[in-house]
Design a protein around this ligand. Structure first.
Ligand code: BT5
Length: 319
């Protein structure tokens, strides 16, 4: 009902709408209408109320409420259900548990803040309140676990595209899971899955984006979109762009395999052609990153002329 009431106010932003008008058109009582307005006020919406004229929506809060995102979202699968939390430990943990208990493909868990946001290998992901975007998506791709790395690359392509659409910045992908602007990290992806030897039961794409986050709240070497573009990011619009791109690329990967995404990845990469140092487990290699392989691995030309493929790990861009 809150969503419906907001829709009426947003349709005529300049006009005052009377409680009577709204109650009638939504077929609710005046006191029910009043309760919904009070609830919306608690959510952070501000109304001008003028006797004999009614109410006008003065200000909507900068929150990732599902009833703000759903009406603008044009997807069929991803984000059909959005589960919103103000504060959570980690959206990935919540999504993982939901998927374990049978939640549908496409469910998105979003939070304004995480107290135990994590990166790979249990590293900390700084998740300050209401400035960033922290969300996790449940997917159930029909693929074997060894093909799963391409899903992280697909998410990276979607993220770079969505960030570029939402702000005037050049977002690039650093293999395997980082998005950089001006060589500084603005976003990261944490892919987790539950799988049998020959099939993926479900996969969780966890995405963190520093949208309007202050540099002081971030670790060294990190930045935010607002910091780099000089413009405040409307997070609801960025979430919309991201989920739409993700769905488009996810459907593409299922239909045509990794090849078309691989081409887009190459175009958005800040990795290829660079001298890199890759660390995987305790092994380190150094050389030039020359290509991305059909399975998502990074092909590196070593100084002795031999090639090596890295499937996972951390990458430092040297020059
Ligand atoms: C990542 O790990 O980059 C994956 C981050 C995924 C976060 C999302 S938020 C929603 C979902 N729920 C979660 O709990 N997680 C996911 P990794 O490549 O391991 O990078 C981690 C490193 O990035 C840290 O060790 C820091 O150096 C750095 N870092 C931490 N917070 C950051 C931030 N907000 N922005 C940029 N860099 C950060």
């Amino acid at each position: 009902m809150e969503e419906k009431i907001l829709k009426l106010f947003k349709k005529k932003p300049e006009h005052y709408l009377s409680g009577e008008q709204i109650s009638k058109s939504l077929n609710i009582t005046r006191s029910a209408f009043w309760k919904h307005i009070e609830k919306l006020r608690l959510y952070g919406y501000e109304f001008d109320a003028v006797p004999h004229l009614g109410y006008r929506l003065r200000k909507a809060p900068d929150k990732l409420y599902p009833f703000e995102i759903s009406p603008i979202l044009k997807t069929r699968i991803i984000g059909k259900d959005i589960i919103y939390h103000d504060t959570v430990g980690s959206t990935n943990t919540i999504a993982y548990n939901l998927a374990k208990s049978g939640a549908k493909e496409g469910v998105v868990v979003v939070a304004e803040r995480q107290t135990k946001g994590r990166g790979r290998l249990s590293r900390i992901w700084s998740s300050p309140k209401e400035k960033g975007i922290y969300l996790s998506i449940i997917l159930r791709p029909k693929m074997t676990p060894f093909k799963a790395p391409v899903m992280t690359l697909m998410a990276a392509v979607s993220l770079a595209q969505a960030i570029r659409e939402s702000a005037d910045v050049q977002a690039f992908i650093k293999w395997p899971n980082d998005i950089l602007i001006n060589e500084k990290k603005v976003s990261g992806i944490l892919t987790e899955m539950d799988a049998e030897a020959d099939f993926v039961k479900f996969l969780i794409l966890g995405i963190g984006i520093n949208a309007n986050t202050k540099i002081l709240d971030l670790p060294k070497g990190a930045t935010s979109i607002a910091q780099e573009s000089g413009v405040f990011v409307v997070r609801q619009q960025l979430v919309k762009a991201l989920l739409e791109r993700l769905e488009q690329n996810y459907l593409l990967i299922q239909k045509e395999g990794f090849a078309p995404i691989r081409t887009q990845w190459r175009n958005l990469s800040v990795t290829l052609g660079r001298r890199v140092k890759a660390t995987c487990m305790h092994k380190q290699i150094e050389g030039e990153a020359v290509d991305i392989e059909p399975d998502g691995g990074l092909k590196v030309r070593l100084d002795n002329g031999f090639y090596e493929k890295v499937m996972a790990g951390d990458l430092a861009l040297l020059r």
